[in-house]
Design a protein around this ligand. Sequence first.
Ligand SMILES: Cc1ncc(C[n+]2csc(CCOP(=O)(O)OP(=O)(O)O)c2C)c(N)n1
Ligand SMILES: [Mg+2]
Length: 343
Amino acid sequence: MKNDLKELSNPEKYYDLILIDNQDASALKNILSTMLLIRKTEQQLALGRKNGLIGGPVHLGVGQEAIAVGISQNLRKTDRVFSAHRSHSHLLALNPNCYKLFAEVLGKNTGFSKGMGGSMHLYDQPSGFYGSVPIVAGTVSLAVGAAMAAKMQNTDDIGVAYIGDGAVEEGVVHESFNLAKIQKAPMLFVIENNLFASHMHISLRQPSDMVSRFAIANDIPYKLVDGNNVVAVAKASKELIDDIRAGKGPGLIELVTYRWYGHVDWRDDVDVGVDRSLDDIENWKARDPILRLSKSMIKAKMWTTEEEKNLNNKIDKEIQIAWEMAMNDPYPSPDATLKYVYS
Ligand SMILES: Cc1ncc(C[n+]2csc(CCOP(=O)(O)OP(=O)(O)O)c2C)c(N)n1
Ligand SMILES: [Mg+2]
């Protein structure tokens, strides 16, 4: 078993430019723009939480944007995507509507889940996002069921489950791997290996830091990829997804990455002390997936620093307008809970 993870997760290794040969410039600009929108949306949520404007906790994936955006390049609206507590990027990569996310997190009835769910219960079926729940690993078996349904309905749509490195410590994930394999379910398991579950490093929790070993155990084809390289994520997931749609059964992709903030909310120093140092965070920031793509595009003359500045300004304005609109939106009426929660 070859374990490239040591190489991919070495925080002292500086990964700078990424390979963008033969890539379409306008597609790369869209990818960059979506990653930036996700980053700035989450930074606005961090601020809202810090200022006491958001009632419930938010789990931010700042630094991990390349994963959802890379995977979603190969998804379509009829696929069935499931996630968990850290899911803003997974939804926004399918439907980059920051206004509906702000409204949801603020508990407004214009939100993705009509203000009933908040940050950890997101739902947007028209874009293919079937739902997130905060129960770690709680949606993985549901995703396999949705994938099996897609197969029974004679479509070539697929199920997708975003899974953390901590979530694989739950038994249901292994039942789901096994069932998907034995049923040849059209299912992509996406492992976001950010090396931490809450404040605990993977070396304190598991005998190996390579989660793909569970794919080997279940005879599921897998790829282990730099999760901060959006082009590599899109390319590797395309290869797996093409086979899944062609009826060859499930695939698994493990993406090595790092979250910049602590487990929950806006501070980056809360998890420090348990195998996470401020130096580690700085080293990983040097591998910023957004900066790496932008620098690579500038070097390839696909894009200029002026364009980068304009895009930043445009998204800043979009975020500001969306936040203010969501802040001014009404709360749901109390009887809405009878309709959507207790019905
Ligand atoms: C069944 C269950 N156990 C414990 C928790 C508390 N909890 C919330 S997130 C989390 C860590 C999850 O780590 P990982 O799967 O690696 O995802 P990450 O937070 O790194 O994105 C834990 C233990 C929970 N929500 N559900
Ligand atoms: Mg994790």
